[in-house]
Ligand binder design. Structure first.
Ligand code: PRP
Ligand code: ZN
Ligand code: MG
Length: 210
């Protein structure tokens, strides 16, 4: 029998809840922080600890059978994966935010302005739908400091508690999408029986929480 692989976030907002969910499924494994693969002792499964941004591609390419990742990451990477189950944690929204002292109060005022983001695909589609042309500046992290450094007029990033925006003197201005953690898989996985068993365990953990 083949060993399944599930990819979860190595560190960040989804890591702890993803580990908790798998432990609640009765899976025994060490939550190694330094090792990127952890074998499960009582199920034919290995846990891969990855950067969340890479998870959709790993699942699409069959390197992992399953993955736990935010819907926002899936949309941004434009991969072909199947949504198997919403997981009810990691709720957040992708928002455009501007400095507190900014007087922008209408989306159209973003025309000709620059917006820093790690989500250029999602933001690009959103602006196109609204008929707005902005200069999208793609950066790979610490987006919130960009207006303060004079690198952009606005940002587009995930907001969960709002703490990061607040501590950087920014206010939310428009909602682009809402997101939560989801379980993803691949159509035509060769380990369908094991995948189904794991999905059922996850679903019963979720049901017990209701
Ligand atoms: C998001 C986002 C902010 C933070 C906002 O990062 O980029 O940094 O969360 O959360 P708050 O509103 O509660 O302050 P995420 O955890 O998704 O990590 P990543 O960007 O490194 O993938
Ligand atoms: Zn990320
Ligand atoms: Mg971040």
């Amino acid at each position: 029998m083949k060993t399944l692989k599930i990819a979860i976030q190595k560190s960040g907002r989804l890591n702890e809840k993803s580990v908790e969910l798998l432990k609640n499924c009765g899976l025994n494994f060490e939550n190694y922080k330094s090792s990127l693969i952890s074998p499960v002792s009582n199920f034919p499964l290995e846990i891969l600890f990855l950067r969340d941004d890479d998870i959709p591609e790993y699942v699409q390419d069959g390197i992992a059978d399953l993955g736990i990742v935010g819907e926002n990451v899936i949309q941004e990477t434009e991969v072909e994966v199947s949504y198997l189950q919403k997981l009810g944690f990691g709720k957040c929204s992708l928002k455009i935010a501007v400095p507190n002292n900014n007087t922008i109060d209408d989306l159209q005022q973003l025309n000709g302005r620059s917006i820093a983001t790690t989500y250029p695909v999602i933001l690009g589609k959103f602006l196109k739908e609204k008929g707005i042309t902005s200069d999208i500046r793609t950066i790979s992290g610490s987006v919130e400091i960009s207006p303060g450094l004079g690198l952009s007029d606005a940002i587009c990033d995930l907001v969960s508690t709002g703490g990061t925006l607040k501590s950087n003197g920014l206010k939310p201005f428009a909602d682009v999408m809402s997101s939560e953690a989801v379980l993803i898989g691949r159509k035509g996985s060769e380990n369908e029986d094991l995948v189904q068993e794991l999905i059922q365990r996850i679903q019963s953990v979720l049901r017990a929480k209701e």
